[in-house]
Every structure is written in C-alpha cells, then in structure tokens.
Ligand binder design. Structure first.
Ligand code: KIV
Length: 291
C-alpha cells in the first residue's frame, strides 16, 4: 500500500511562486542534496515556458532532445540534430536572462554528436555551452566514461543518462524498463559508478526498478541521480513538459502525472505543484509511477 497523498493533493491550494532565490550552481545542488532536499527538473524548449518554470521554483531546466518528438513531430530523438538543440538552448537561455532566471540549464547532446571521438564531443558540447547551457547531457554507459572525463576535465559539467536511453531505442528494442535482473542491474551499477568516477555530476535514471535506483542513489554521493520512472528514492526528479501538462499525443507513460489537471489549468501553479510534490516526496509514488 502506498501512503503518498492522492493525486488531487498535488495541486491543492494556491502555491507560493516567485520566491527570490540565488542562482542554482553545482555547489548549491550539492548543498540541497546534503540537506536531503530533492532536486526538481523539467524539460523546456522555449523562452516563455522556461521563465514561468523558473518563477515557479523549478531548480533545473533540461532542453531535452525529446523536443524532436514533442515539438518537431519526429518519431524518435534519433532524428534531432545539433543546430536544433543549439537553437532551443539559446531560446531557453534568453527566456531566463530576460526574467533574471536562476535555474540550472542543461542542454542535451543529440544522437551522433559525441559518439565519434572525445574531440567531437568537446566541439559539440562547446556549441551548447556557448548557447547558454551550464551543463550538457549525454546518454549511455561504458564507452561514454572517457568522453565524460574529457569534458569534465575541460570545465564542462556533465549529466549522464542510463537505463532507458531513448537515442538507442532501436538497439533496446523499444521503450522498456531497463536494469531488470541481476546481470542487467550489475552492469548498470558498474556504468553508474564509472561515470561518477569520471566526474559526472548528475545522472538521469530512466525507467529502472525503483529499488535499484534507490541503491544507486545511496552509492553515488557526488553524482546526483535524477529519476524519470525510477521511483522516489532518487536525489531528484525530471518530467517532460508536455507529459506533466497532460498534452502528450501518444500513450501517457506510467511514470507521468498530469499536474495541470490538479491546478485548474493554471500552468504556473502546475509547475509549482510539481515542485511541491517532488520536494515533499509525494511524487512519484512508487506504487503508481514506478516498477
Ligand atoms: O530528452 C529528454 O527530455 C530527456 C528526459 C526524458 C530526461 O532526456
């Protein structure tokens, strides 16, 4: 039985937004983690959503390559290119600048832009950093460890991404839960520890069993786990903007909650409700949103 509040509670009452805060940074994220405060992250792709999210108290904004599916109508993230990512990072950056935004901004390196060599990864990560990102994200474990080390040594903060890695959906055979069974869990753990060792400061864990994600979170002291379909034991949570507003055209994944439905269609309140639910530990509910 889950003892988390019901969904309706997520948006109950007017939530305080626009509270002044210092800009988010790696030391501030580490402080939050040390005092047990959950890190909140949402994806955004344009200036307006980014600044509204920031005002609602979202800690980190990810310009995810999910934009290929939700903005460009592509069948998967495999089709997204670097120029598109650069453009959207710049849009989000401008939105935050215009409204004195304080969120930590992460840009996704798309498929094929860090696979060839460490030098290629540096060149392309620099494009996103110069567009305004504070950190880049890249998918996969094992072979990515050297790439991560190379970038971190050169002053580029890195968020890794393990579990269901959408850029390799064709190799994985679909959007399925990863890390199930002893062998798969051991490989995932090995990759996660190596990524932390290489200097990755964050790690998105997508669609992995919640017990595994919780164990990894305990083991990774300097690399903050950010779950999406990985249960409530992670250091933080991320959702795709369109999913959490309930405007996903396809089937809504099990790990999503429609926060807009809880807040009478008030988008800023929906973001604040998400922040409140993640910080309080009410979302996600392992019994409902995890495996
Ligand atoms: O591209 C994206 O939006 C992502 C999130 C699902 C974490 O990688």
């Amino acid at each position: 039985m889950s003892d988390a509040p019901t969904a309706a509670v997520y948006g109950a009452g007017k939530l305080s937004v626009d509270a002044p805060r210092k800009p988010l940074s790696l030391p501030r994220l580490a402080e939050m983690r040390a005092r047990g405060e959950k890190i909140t992250m949402l994806t955004a792709y344009d200036a307006t959503f980014a600044s509204v999210m920031d005002a609602a108290g979202v800690d980190c904004i990810l310009v995810g390559d999910s934009l290929g599916m939700v903005c460009q109508g592509l069948p998967s993230t495999v089709h997204v290119n670097l120029e598109t990512m650069r453009y959207h990072v710049e849009c989000v950056f401008r939105g935050l600048q215009r409204t004195s935004g304080t969120a930590w901004l992460i840009g996704d390196l798309p498929f094929g832009t860090y696979h060839e060599s460490k030098e290629q990864a540096l060149r392309n990560a620099s494009v996103l950093m110069q567009a305004g990102a504070h950190m880049v994200k890249l998918e996969g474990g094992g072979w990515t460890t050297d790439v991560v080390r190379f970038l971190v040594e050169r002053g580029i903060p890195v968020c890794a991404h393990l579990g269901l890695t959408p850029q390799t959906v064709h190799s994985l055979g679909g959007y399925r839960v990863q890390g199930k069974g002893e062998e798969a869990a051991a490989t995932l753990r090995q990759h996660a520890l190596a990524l932390q060792d290489a200097g990755a400061q964050m790690l998105v864990l997508e669609m992995v069993p919640h017990e595994l994600a919780t164990r990894l979170t305990t083991e990774l002291s300097t690399c903050h786990t950010i779950g999406i379909g990985a249960g409530n034991g992670c250091a933080g949570q991320v959702l795709v903007l369109h999913d959490m507003l309930g405007i996903n055209l396809g089937r809504m994944p099990k790990f999503v909650h429609n926060f807009l439905a809880d807040t009478d269609g008030d988008v800023k309140q929906a973001f604040a409700a998400y922040v409140g639910a993640v910080k309080s530990g009410a979302f996600p509910d392992n019994a409902k949103h995890a495996w």
